[in-house]
Design a protein around this ligand. Structure first.
Ligand code: ADP
Ligand code: MG
Length: 700
């Protein structure tokens, strides 16, 4: 291959060397020439995007101002010292940059007379325009380039990079030399029909232009091409996975069967909602084709996914197969176990529980029942996928709250049977763009209807000074024999402090509500004690249950109608929504009270306001995605969310759709990528995308 040079280490490039290469790899993962080409600038400066102080307005948009540092110093404030710097723009107007945090470090970062580009939101205090904690780039000789009217690329940096002299300027130099030497060797990996149909700039041109754009127009086209490419290969993986599965046999369940019918018609005390029926229909249809099912059931908290899963397991049993039902926590697994016993004992179907905290005897009995096939249904945590767990004939694997599991764990449950059907469940409604990226190869059923009679939860935001009022409200509900949750945050780093917080909250509540029963569950309790506390709450013996977020997922106590969330500003939006989903599970009006401190970050404010505004999980997830950005939405590693360098699922949805169209069209034309026109693309795909992922891809 003529593009072997792409794999050469950067340390041998002119101007790099060992020390810089180490820092570069450590700080930004840049190891090879290819990494370097894809080490994209994080910002560009040019005359059209740099503002002058006299043109500034207060606004929520970030702007860039370039200026020379004039004076600087630490200023004593009312509460806290701050660092202030005054700089002068090329027209002689001055403004301030201010830091409240990291004062001791930042005060050493600037010299008078330096030219610096400051990026941030502008506020006006008195006669001064000011930026607080601006992002900044020191321009040194870059300023000259800017003066000549070029567009100047600024690269991701950091203290370590600065220390070894890998400034933006040095990076530009290395990239420039690289292009001079190798630029012409870069080959176009897309066939003409793709570049033409989607109007893409040639790959080589785009890579050059992303580092050294001639003008904004060229830069825009370069970005479009590179974003398209990033999305394209991910979508190609999904398209091929799906294609491969078309040939993938699964057990054929064509017996409609009595267990399913009896469960739905006789055991369930209610009728399935239309959406539940559709989801079950989808499962039955999928499992009749002879192909292996991979279906995601997406439904908001409380929409009744469990019942669909149970019916799917009965369908497997009607066809002589076992099922496994995997949940992310012990509490949840045990709750499912209790429900399954309630539903399945009347049908004479044995259910076995498998969790880490069982005794050896219990565990061995369960293992035996599962291995011999006597128990058609196994429910549990990760304990289900451990070595030593064998099924007689696993035909249906259900993964509850699937986003809490990694790809590998889903692959493991899959490997416990011979191509069992997979039913993945998630209560996190995800925006379309993200669904295309994460689940683009799965079939999806959406449960978009709540069981009848539910009233949307009323959500209120309260600060400390209304605590008395909140207690009065709570008392009123308790007197009507309803129950309440009071949830405290638990952050791992400050586990001890948080726990103390929850415990003292519990003690206060006990004092306040002497005539009621108050109980507590938290992560440090032994699992037996936790379970006992949960069970007492479920049975109605406890009125108020104080907890850290161990009750987050799935817990179902219909008589609980009040959810009080302490320090609500510290929770993520999806988490708040999940917690709120613990109430509103009956036809009685439920309430969610968010107790928040006065001081809230802008993001926290957005989250809390979204909670008050809507109970629609879908809308919540859109807001959450916008606030957090895609990488963080589920946690990149957990979810198999690809690491996007330039594209952004929220902002570039249109490009994503095109890339998806291209990838699926390609696989349709040439399912094995055998056409010589697709040779380069195939090589590229196999080298950089397929290897890491293909093995697991089939289980989504
Ligand atoms: P989730 O989708 O959050 O997992 P669950 O499966 O826990 O929801 O169901 C929530 C509650 O709704 C449970 O108490 C369940 O018994 C009840 N439920 C489920 N389906 C229906 C229905 N069709 N009609 C009435 N209640 C239902
Ligand atoms: Mg559930």
């Amino acid at each position: 291959m003529s593009d072997d040079f792409l794999r050469e280490p950067v340390r041998y490039l002119k101007g790099v060397g060992e020390k810089r290469a180490d820092v570069w790899a450590e700080a930004h993962g840049v190891r090879t020439v290819r990494d370097l080409l894809h080490f994209y600038p994080r910002r560009y400066l040019d005359r059209s995007t740099v503002s002058m102080v006299r043109d500034l307005k207060e606004s929520t948009e970030s702007v860039t101002v370039v200026g020379t540092v004039r004076t600087k110093g630490v200023v004593p404030g009312r509460n806290k010292k701050r660092f202030e710097l005054i700089f002068e723009d090329p027209r002689g107007d001055t403004m301030k940059a201010v830091w409240f945090q990291g004062v001791w470090w930042i005060r050493k970062a600037f010299e008078n007379g330096e030219r610096v580009a400051f990026h941030g939101k502008v506020q006006k205090y008195g006669r001064w325009f000011s930026m607080t904690h601006p992002d900044f780039d020191k321009l040194d000789a870059d300023a000259a380039a800017l003066d000549t009217g070029r567009i100047v690329a600024l690269y991701p940096g950091g203290q370590a990079m600065d220390k070894v002299g890998l400034t933006s300027r040095a990076v530009r130099r290395v990239v420039y030399d690289l292009f001079k030497e190798h630029g012409l060797k870069l080959q176009e990996s897309f066939p003409d029909w793709i570049t033409e149909r989607f109007g893409l700039m040639e790959g080589r041109v785009a890579l050059r232009a992303i580092h050294f754009p001639k003008d904004q127009q060229e830069l825009a086209r370069a970005k479009q091409r590179l974003k398209f490419e990033e999305f394209f290969y991910i979508q190609l993986l999904l398209a091929l996975t799906r294609e491969e599965r078309q040939e993938f046999a699964g057990p054929r369940f064509d017996n409609p069967g009595d267990y399913t019918r009896q469960f739905v018609r006789e055991v369930l005390p209610f009728e399935l909602t239309g959406a539940q029926k559709r989801a079950l229909r989808d499962v039955i249809d999928d499992t009749q084709t002879g192909l292996q099912m991979n279906r995601l059931v997406q439904g908001d908290v409380g929409s009744g996914k469990t019942v669909v899963a149970v019916a799917a397991m009965m369908h497997a049993l009607d066809n002589g197969f076992q099922s496994a039902f995997m949940a992310p926590t012990e509490i949840l697994a045990e709750q499912h176990y209790a429900n399954l016993q309630k539903y399945l004992d009347p049908l004479g179907v044995e259910t076995q529980l498998l969790i880490g905290s069982q005794t050896k005897t219990e565990r061995e009995a369960a293992l035996e029942a599962i291995a011999s096939g006597r128990a058609p249904v196994a429910v549990g945590t990760h304990a289900l996928i451990q070595e030593g767990v064998t099924f007689e004939d696993l035909g249906m694997a259900i993964v509850d709250e699937q986003h809490r599991f990694g790809v590998a764990q889903r692959a493991e449950i899959f490997s416990k049977g011979r191509n069992p059907h997979m039913l993945l469940m998630t209560a996190t409604p995800i925006p379309r763009s993200l669904a295309m990226t994460l689940y683009g190869d799965l079939d999806v059923s959406v449960i978009d209807e709540m069981p009848p009679g539910r009233k949307p939860v009323e959500t209120r935001l309260r600060t400390e000074k209304r605590r008395g009022e909140m207690y009065a409200f709570l008392r009123d509900k308790l007197e009507q024999s309803q129950q309440a949750y009071v949830v405290y945050p638990l952050v791992e780093e400050s586990e001890k402090v948080d726990l103390k917080d929850a415990v003292s909250g519990y003690e206060k509540l006990q004092a306040q509500f002497e005539d009621f029963t108050v109980d507590i569950v938290h992560g440090q309790m032994k699992s037996d004690d936790k379970d006992a506390a949960m069970a007492r709450f479920k049975a109605g013996e406890t009125d108020i249950l104080v907890s850290t977020t161990v009750i987050e997922v799935g817990v179902d106590v219909p008589n609980a109608t009040v959810m009080i969330i302490e320090h609500a500003e510290r929770f993520g939006l999806s988490q708040l929504h999940q917690l709120r989903g613990r109430v509103g599970r009956s036809d009685v009006q439920s309430y969610c009270i968010l107790m928040a401190s006065y001081k809230q970050s802008a993001e926290a404010k957005e989250r809390l306001q979204a909670m008050v505004r809507t109970t629609d999980g879908f809308e919540i997830s859109e807001v959450d995605l916008q606030i957090r950005g895609a990488g963080d939405f589920f946690g990149t590693r957990q979810s198999g969310m690809p690491d996007l360098k330039i594209a952004d699922v929220t902002e570039d949805e249109a490009i994503l759709e095109e890339a998806r169209e291209a990838a699926f069209a390609l696989v349709e034309r040439d399912p094995d990528l055998q056409d010589p026109k697709h040779q380069l693309l195939r090589d590229h795909f196999e080298r950089y995308y397929a290897k890491r992922k293909l093995g697991f891809a089939r289980v989504g």
